[in-house]
Design a protein around this ligand. Structure first.
Ligand code: 4AD
Ligand code: MG
Length: 431
């Protein structure tokens, strides 16, 4: 029996007989030849069935298989200059592991709703494949950055007794006789962990009952959230900048052909270099006014505003010191101007908008209690969080980077729905 290999290793087997296990991606027949495009998850390769090389049964079998049939192909690897991967397989034998008929997703164009309903199958198409491979590398780079820089991974809980990012987007669930919520962010737990370990991060799914349909909002998305004790807002901005540069650099190093396949403009990604411009909220407001936008000082930025701010720069831009009133309760007030918070958002260029939100946390017990009250939040579920300000409270800061928005930006996709294997949106819980 020949060795079974993965298609992406085929270059090591030129002239040798091998087997591959995969699925039929596409097929073309011309007289005595069947050209089978076979994919195995690692790549796609053309397998040529020549009538003169195989038994009549094998030739018939190859004639009679539909798209996405599961196949085991035995053949010889040969160099082929016309092949995108430089090789093809001259088939000697072909086993049909599972015969597929009427695969719903054909090479013709389908509408988005149809494709989303068939997401479990759509994942097999080359474009989805490319996007999710980049996602996998982005996640790897995010974790590697933290792991290589002295951060300890601390997993945050998914069931929580309280809100972190405002009560309007909480998913409620019964927890025996109590009310629980799906986590909106691991941040509050990372603050506890930062007081224990100094530098920590969590990476996990977060949930928000986002009631609006936009290109940027999922109801379930993944976030990486570093948190550091004795770090201030300036340090937080440095960290976010360094983090994003590393991630983009890693993706450029490991995914260049995949990004080219997605027709991503790589020069835009190559410009993602330190330093990122840093502008205050007030300067951003002025910039929007000059650009003719209808933005009111005091309001958070909308998607359109973020697009304008992002487009005004050739790399991510950091906007800091938003009005405290439009941000979460845990933000530390700016000692220079109590109306503004020591917070920051990183806006991606090319219209992708906010990918990071974070800042310095309120570390004074009484101020924090007042802010909870101002935000109409009950103190009881935050008693443990207030303890952090009773016992060894220090300045600290962190941020959250949304994986899906980062994937959309790096891959150059217009909508976040293709950046996650099984998107959860306002009107989508299936498949
Ligand atoms: O700005 P946000 O709400 O910040 C926090 O949750 C902080 N507690 C994080 C922290 O400081 N540890 O969310 C952070 C990021 C956003 O910048 C965005 O990239 C992403 O999470 N995000 C979403 N992504 C997809 N769909 C949604 N509904 C998102 N909401 C936020
Ligand atoms: Mg935000």
């Amino acid at each position: 029996m020949p060795d079974t290999i993965r298609i992406n290793d085929v270059c090591d087997f030129e002239g040798r007989e091998i087997a591959i296990e995969g699925w039929l991606y596409n097929k073309r027949t011309s007289g005595k030849l069947h050209f089978l495009q076979v994919r195995d998850g690692s790549g796609t390769i053309q397998c040529v069935v020549f009538k003169g090389d195989v038994s009549p049964e094998v030739f018939e079998r190859a004639a009679d298989i539909g798209q996405e049939s599961a196949l085991r192909v035995v053949g010889t690897v040969r160099a082929d200059a016309r092949s995108p991967i430089g090789f093809e397989i001259g088939v000697g034998d072909l086993e049909v592991v599972h015969r597929t008929v009427d695969y719903p997703i054909t090479p013709k164009a389908h509408g988005t709703a149809f494709l989303m309903d068939h997401r479990h199958l759509w994942l097999r198409s080359s474009r989805q494949h490319a996007i999710l491979r980049v996602r996998s590398k982005i996640v790897k780079a995010c974790r590697a950055y933290c792991d290589n820089n002295g951060f300890v991974l601390i997993d945050a809980p998914i069931f929580t007794p309280s809100s972190c990012e405002g009560s309007s987007t909480l998913f409620e669930t019964d927890y025996f006789d109590e009310q629980a919520y799906l986590t909106q962010s691991g941040q509050l737990y990372m603050e506890a962990a930062a007081m224990a370990f100094g530098k920590v991060y969590c990476f996990g799914p977060t949930f928000r009952a986002e009631k609006s349909k936009t290109r940027r909002h999922l109801t379930e998305f993944w976030m990486i959230e570093p948190e550091v004790a004795y770090m201030d807002l300036a340090g937080d901005m440095d960290l976010a900048e360094d983090f994003i540069c590393y991630v983009v650099q890693q993706v450029l190093e490991t995914c260049r052909p995949t990004l080219e396949y997605l027709q991503r403009d790589l020069t835009a990604l190559e410009r993602v270099q330190k330093p990122f411009p840093r502008i205050s909220y007030s300067d951003a407001h002025d910039l929007l006014k000059k650009a003719g936008c209808d933005h009111t000082w005091g309001d958070d930025f909308g998607a359109e505003d973020e697009t304008v701010l992002g487009n005004a720069h050739d790399r991510p831009v950091i906007v800091h010191r938003y009005p405290a009133a439009c941000k979460a309760f845990y933000m530390k007030g700016d000692p220079e101007n109590s109306q503004q918070a020591l917070c920051m958002d990183v806006l991606a260029p090319e219209g992708y908008g906010e990918i990071v939100g974070g800042g310095q946390r309120e570390d004074d017990l009484e101020v924090l209690r007042r802010k909870l009250a101002e935000h109409g939040l009950d103190e009881a579920p935050f008693a443990w969080y207030l303890d952090l300000r009773r016992y060894g409270s220090v300045p600290h800061a962190g941020f959250g980077l949304g994986i899906e928005r980062t994937v959309a930006w790096i891959c150059g996709l217009p909508h976040v729905r293709e950046t996650i294997p099984f998107p959860r949106l306002l009107q989508r819980l299936y498949p």
